[in-house]
Ligand binder design. Structure first.
Ligand code: SF4
Length: 404
């Protein structure tokens, strides 16, 4: 297979097949450089030079979970002294604080707390909307929808309708990892199978709930399984049009069972990561035009470099990232919009703050904003924002069977 012929087909708008995508994912050296240049040119044609970001806050309201995914360093057994559950008032307080700091979105995901009353899911949404009605609520992974549906006895569509009625605006397309059941059995036994993930995503899209599309790569899967995952996402998008963006997430192995048991020794390399973005732009770009780089997974410098390999979105400020941090990611829990703009401008592109659904809020020509939103002036400190470790240490948030 030749790089040029595969790239030419992608640029002409033809759908690449599994062998071609697998080929792209394995490129290195000058071939990867050539394909990255083509992906960058295709990005320019499809979405222009603007690089977007969203000002958001993550709220992971409990780490107590009935599952033990081997890639997850965040969850705890409910008996563990580190298991926490934020009361709804604390979730609402964090959302309101984020709104007052200039955030437009809260991203809410959590463990599957044992013995949980399913009504907690809509209650959280209702109470946030009651306090901050214009905050966009991006909440609940397909795994949580699966759990909530089972607990409530509702089918996916009815459960999602209940959440919409309570204030759900969009959903993260997480808990996808690699959409291959043989991989899921190894890395996350007991997790929802591929066909249920697909059903939940399609049910959400058919109700008008947009979702992201994700892929967590770099553990036990091979290149062909990555390619199949990308093509499955492409097929869903062709049917529903409900994905807002694709977000590759490189696996952070440190402190996970996959790492301590010797199954996964290393995190993906920089070139492995670049190849993912190149393949994603070339294979998905005509269908899912927004390709997000995760600074929390890749670090700010690699994230910036990936902007030259097909990406057009820098993700969110996060404010309280805790999932990757738990697994040993050292890139922090928050990135100030000023720093995001600096990296985008230095890449020769145009920064723009967006909404969750990619409406442009404001373009920028400089790192500094003449009229700073409050978040710009907020110096990150654990005292100000709280932190995952503080939550664990704070006994008042300790999980108990009565918490939910
Ligand atoms: S990934 Fe989610 S479902 Fe799996 S153990 Fe962690 S919190 Fe629980």
């Amino acid at each position: 297979m030749e790089v040029k012929s595969v790239v030419d087909r992608a640029v002409a708008g033809e759908d690449l097949d599994e062998q071609e995508v697998t080929f792209l994912l394995g490129l290195r050296g000058p071939d990867l450089n050539a394909a990255a240049a083509a992906a960058d040119a295709l990005r320019k044609e499809q979405v222009g030079d603007v690089v977007t970001y969203v000002v958001n806050r993550n709220i992971n309201f409990t780490n107590a979970c009935i599952l033990r995914c081997k890639f997850c360093a965040f969850s705890r057994n409910y008996r563990n002294s580190e298991a926490f559950m934020l009361p709804i008032e604390e979730v609402v307080r964090q959302a309101e604080e984020a709104w007052n700091l200039g955030a437009t979105e809260v991203c809410i995901q959590a463990g599957l707390a044992p013995g949980m009353d399913w009504r907690l899911y809509p209650k959280i949404l209702e109470q946030i909307k009651a306090r901050v009605p214009n905050m966009h609520i991006h909440a609940y992974s397909p795994e949580e929808i699966w759990y909530g549906s089972r607990l409530s006895g509702m089918n996916y569509s009815d459960f999602l309708r209940t959440l919409m009625g309570a204030g759900l605006d969009s959903m993260p397309g997480t808990s996808a990892e690699i959409l291959d059941d043989s991989i899921r059995k190894i890395i996350s036994p007991g997790r929802l199978p591929v066909n249920e993930w697909v059903k939940i995503i399609k049910a959400a899209h058919s109700l008008g709930i947009p979702t992201t599309a994700t892929m967590m790569y770099g553990h036990v899967e091979n290149l062909a399984q990555r390619a199949e995952h990308l093509l499955l996402l492409r097929d869903i998008q062709k049917e529903t049009g409900g994905f807002t963006e694709f977000v590759p997430l490189s696996f952070v192995p440190y402190r996970t069972e996959l790492n301590s048991s010797g199954v996964v020794k290393w995190a993906p390399t920089a070139f492995e990561t670049v190849a993912i973005y190149v393949a994603a732009r070339l294979a998905l770009g005509w269908h899912i035009k927004n390709l997000q780089v995760s600074w929390v997974k890749e670090g700010p410098r690699l994230a910036q470099a990936i902007l030259a390999a097909g990406a057009n979105d820098f993700g969110g400020t996060l404010i309280n990232e805790s999932i990757s941090t738990s697994a040993g990611s050292s890139h922090g829990q928050f990135m100030n919009p000023r720093e995001i703009r600096r990296l985008i401008l230095d890449a020769g592109r145009v920064p723009a703050q967006r909404s969750t659904t990619y409406k442009i809020i404001k373009h920028f020509t400089e790192v500094e904003d003449g009229n700073p939103i409050p978040l710009e002036g907020a110096v990150y400190s654990e005292e100000k924002f709280g932190s995952f470790n503080e939550l664990i240490a704070d006994k008042k948030f300790r999980f108990s069977r009565r918490s939910p």
